[in-house]
Design a binder for this molecule. Structure first.
Ligand code: C2E
Ligand code: SIN
Ligand code: SIN
Ligand code: FE
Length: 386
């Protein structure tokens, strides 16, 4: 390959790399993807991504290629990787076995023979070390200054993707399951199909958040917090909640309290997700123009999570049958949402909704309620809860 061709190939890979990794939230898959791309870009024969575990003070790597899916752990400060994590310095080594810092343990375990190593620190936005990238055994010769620059660039792109995926993993499945079961408890009395309704609220809200350009992390927060918006309905009597006709003004006043009950149930939570759910439960009936309830908040005083869920909630309430009203045609519901832009709803949430409406309709048309938003939990859960 000539030099300009080589540069062009690298530039293309780099652009592709940025796009690829920004959409992967599964940490294991993300690390595999990064390792594969780095190896190709730098013509090394292996790339390891070491992630710093601050609790145990170890560097771990899930992807020692050739040794599938084994998790390796080395003490922080040990080896070249440890040196880089401790000093924050990029380190370029032409012959590992003559370097006293090199840790031979991994080669002994894997039978791999390390020769050249290029290692860079991975830093988060605040400049803290979160891990180390190592690429080994350059195909021809040794790693040069240009390789260093490229690996540093890839490292800074990868760091934020890794941070995102780590945060996402901290939402454990059991936490999500508990939250989902709570949501079911709240909804099963007044919904004909709880599974469908919860799924709609969750997916519509996530789509709107994404359409508004919120970071991946916030999109996931909204996806999992939104199903709890009506948790406060557990405090509303059957006589009101299940009344087939229109509510009298005093009955509606009582109904409005579901927002206050919800906020109370979720108040002072430890987890970020429940703190967000609390805001949503409290404020999902506030209106952008200040005419909503319970507090009459206006515009940006209403938490963004609640402004988003409010659009998803009203759209779904209109499109689903209720004891007090038949269901609307989705296109009519869409028009209603757009008419209410700036009145009931945040104009930015409405325009995002209008942009992603095609995806909303797909979910509306295909969801059979057999699956839930939590992997491994099926609609069977609902049968037993009713
Ligand atoms: P929901 O049935 O899930 O409705 C959520 C929100 O969707 C409503 O909040 C309202 O903003 C919108 N929505 C639902 N149906 C219609 C409709 O036919 N026309 C219009 N323009 N908007 C609609 P809202 O009004 O604050 O009501 C909150 C909750 O209070 C409702 O949740 C429902 O559980 C209850 N509710 C409201 N009105 C009645 C009623 O007349 N009878 C009964 N039984 N319950 C009601
Ligand atoms: C080291 O970081 O010292 C060695 C790790 C490796 O073998 O890749
Ligand atoms: C719902 O049942 O999800 C909507 C009811 C409400 O927003 O109060
Ligand atoms: Fe509500």
């Amino acid at each position: 390959m000539t030099r300009p061709e080589e540069l062009e190939k690298r530039l293309n890979l780099l652009v592709k790399f940025g796009g690829l990794i920004s959409t992967e939230t599964n940490l294991t898959k993300l690390l595999e993807l990064i390792a594969d791309q780095v190896k190709r870009m730098l013509n090394g024969d292996r790339c390891s991504v070491f992630v710093l575990d601050r609790q145990t003070n170890e560097l771990w790597s899930k992807i020692a290629q050739g040794m599938q899916q084994t998790e390796i752990r080395v003490p922080f400060k040990k080896g070249i990787a440890g040196h880089v994590a401790a000093t924050g310095q990029i380190t370029n080594i032409t012959d590992a076995y003559t370097d006293p810092r090199f840790n031979h343990d991994l080669d002994m375990m894997t039978g791999y023979r390390t020769r050249s190593i290029l290692a860079v620190p991975l830093k988060d936005a605040a400049g803290h070390i979160i891990g180390v990238f190592e690429v080994t055994n350059k195909e021809e010769g040794v790693f040069d200054g240009e390789d260093e620059g490229i690996l540093q660039l890839m490292g800074s792109l990868a760091a934020s993707a890794i941070e995102n995926a780590q945060l996402y993993e901290s939402l454990s499945n059991s936490q999500l399951e508990t939250i989902y079961r709570l949501a079911v408890t709240a909804e099963y009395r007044d919904q004909q199909d709880t599974a469908i309704h919860l799924r709609h609220i969750s997916e519509y809200s996530a789509l709107i958040a994404q359409g508004m350009g919120l970071p991946e992390r916030e999109v996931e927060n909204i996806r999992y917090a939104s199903p709890l918006h009506d948790i406060g309905k557990v405090g509303i009597s059957d006589a009101i909640l299940l009344k087939p006709g229109k509510l009298t003004p005093p009955e509606f006043e009582e109904m409005k309290k579901h927002t206050l009950y919800g906020a109370k149930i979720l108040a002072n939570a430890e987890s970020t997700l429940l703190q967000i759910a609390c805001k949503v439960a409290a404020s999902h009936h506030e209106k952008f123009d200040g005419t909503g309830y319970p507090a009459g908040l206006k515009g940006e005083q209403i938490p963004i999570y609640a402004r988003i869920v409010s659009v998803a909630d009203v759209f779904d309430a209109l499109c689903m049958p209720r004891v007090y009203k038949p269901k609307w045609d989705p296109d009519k519901a869409r028009e209603y949402i757009i008419e209410e832009s700036g009145k009931s709803f945040d104009p930015e949430a409405v325009s995002a909704f209008a942009r992603i409406y095609g995806d909303v309709i797909k979910i509306y048309a295909t969801s059979d309620g057999k699956t839930t938003i939590i992997p491994g939990i099926t609609k069977e859960l609902h049968k037993h809860s009713i």
